[in-house]
Design a protein around this ligand. Structure first.
Ligand code: CTP
Length: 397
């Protein structure tokens, strides 16, 4: 199921140059399953026309407080009543000021004042405007009023200056919105995770690795962050973007992964070992590229440490979660690993299902027994794992 399926979003577009990015945002929100209704201010309409937003959202665009299309002439009430959120992107310094004062001098601000749903604001302005004491005051006031601010980001601005004030990119706003709707089941928790394959060097250009895509781990890191956790993701080499709110620590070998995990561990409530850590590494890695001689080449291998087992064996071990990817006898092997490594929770899956694909079907194993989850896209599976895991955690002290 698309991640914003069934959500109705009112998107307010105000008069900043970033309004052109709001068009892409409408497309992304629609792709994620949301029903989008655009409210365009007079300033916003100077940058992008209503026609563009209507075509992209598939819904009429609202611009005027006195719009006769609403049968009762109350667009300012009706539009927000069954909305899940109002998102203003871009939000100019002016609209922030008007919202902070509770003004209702156009359709969008009236709608915000009359709303009974969350208000989310993505500021977009010149860095001096963002840093101005008046805007700072308004941002603080909006936060105190329960408004959520997405961004702004730092970087190059349309005016040529560089600094804080850019609107978040449409992809980041869409992610922030998806995250906003997730229950904060891991608020106040620190999660350390491993991800991807490891790469065990044979020489400077060759090594032993495996085909772990990292997708499940990254989906789980994202779900943990969206559930409110502080997430450190110790990742082997994969080509995946870092999810919002996740701190990635990039490593290559199992030994590097173990060092990074132990460095990140203090204060962790949860450790999740998702990485497909190579069980062995070459005894030695050649300093220079090995030249072919035509003769057979022997590579002697040494066992790698079991990172998960080492973490779980600590006296102050966090809540430890293991993954078991098996090609047969899933129940027996996964539950066996849970007991052998003394883990409160193991996520098992059959490898022909999981590796590299976008869907996954997993079974959770804990003290209470086995809990099969429905086959679903990895982000959905990740959220179900987070919900189960959160239910097993001791209360926050
Ligand atoms: N794991 C780890 N360090 C290792 C090996 C595995 O942290 N050196 C973690 C994985 O991240 C995963 C779980 O342990 O959470 C997998 O258990 P394991 O028994 O090691 O799986 P396999 O290596 O697949 O074992 P086997 O080959 O015996 O099936």
């Amino acid at each position: 199921m698309a991640e914003l399926s069934g959500r109705k979003i009112v998107l307010g577009v105000t008069g900043g140059v970033a309004a052109y990015k709001a068009a892409e945002l409408v497309r992304l929100l629609g792709k994620a399953g949301a029903e989008v209704h655009v409210v365009l201010t007079e300033g916003g309409a100077r940058f992008v026309t209503a026609v563009t937003f209507q075509a992209l959202s598939g819904n009429p665009v609202w611009t005027d407080l006195w719009d006769p299309r609403m049968a009762n002439n109350m667009a300012h009430i009706d539009l927000s009543r069954d909305a899940d959120a109002i998102l203003i992107a871009p939000a100019t310094a002016d609209v922030m000021a008007r919202l902070a004062q509770g003004r209702a001098d156009d359709l969008l601000t009236t709608l915000c004042l009359a709303r009974d749903c969350p208000l989310l604001v993505a500021p977009a302005m010149n860095r001096q405007m963002w840093e101005h004491p008046a805007t700072r005051r308004n941002a603080v006031q909006l936060a105190a009023d329960g408004v959520t601010l997405f961004g702004p980001a730092a970087g190059e601005q349309a005016c040529g200056e560089v600094g804080l004030g850019r609107m978040l990119e449409p992809e980041d706003l869409c992610e922030a919105l998806i995250g906003f709707f997730q229950p904060k089941l891991l608020a106040g928790r620190r999660v350390v995770m491993t991800a991807g394959p490891t790469f065990e060097a044979i020489d400077p250009v060759r090594g032993i690795t495996n085909s772990s895509s990292g997708k499940m781990a990254y989906a789980l890191a994202r779900a943990c962050a969206q559930a409110g956790a502080d997430v450190a993701l110790v990742s082997g080499p994969v080509a995946l973007p870092v999810p919002a709110g996740v701190a990635r620590i990039s490593v290559r070998s199992a030994l590097q992964m173990r060092d990074a995990v132990f460095a990140a561990l203090p204060g962790a409530d949860v450790f999740i070992g998702v990485a497909a850590v190579a069980d062995y590494r070459p005894d030695t890695s050649a300093e220079h590229k090995i030249k072919k001689s035509g003769a057979a080449l022997q590579i002697s291998l040494t066992p790698n440490p079991d990172i998960l087992a080492e973490v779980a064996a600590r006296a102050d071990a966090p809540f430890c979660v293991g993954f078991a990817a098996e090609s047969r006898n899933l129940d027996e092997y996964a539950e066996g690993k849970r007991r052998a490594k003394k883990l409160p929770l193991v996520v098992g899956n059959l490898v022909q299902d999981g590796l590299g694909s976008d869907d996954n079907q997993v079974v959770l194993y804990d003290e209470a027994g086995r809990h099969p989850l429905e086959r679903a896209p990895k982000p959905e599976v990740a959220r179900a794992i987070v919900a189960h895991l959160a239910g097993l955690l001791p209360p926050l002290s």
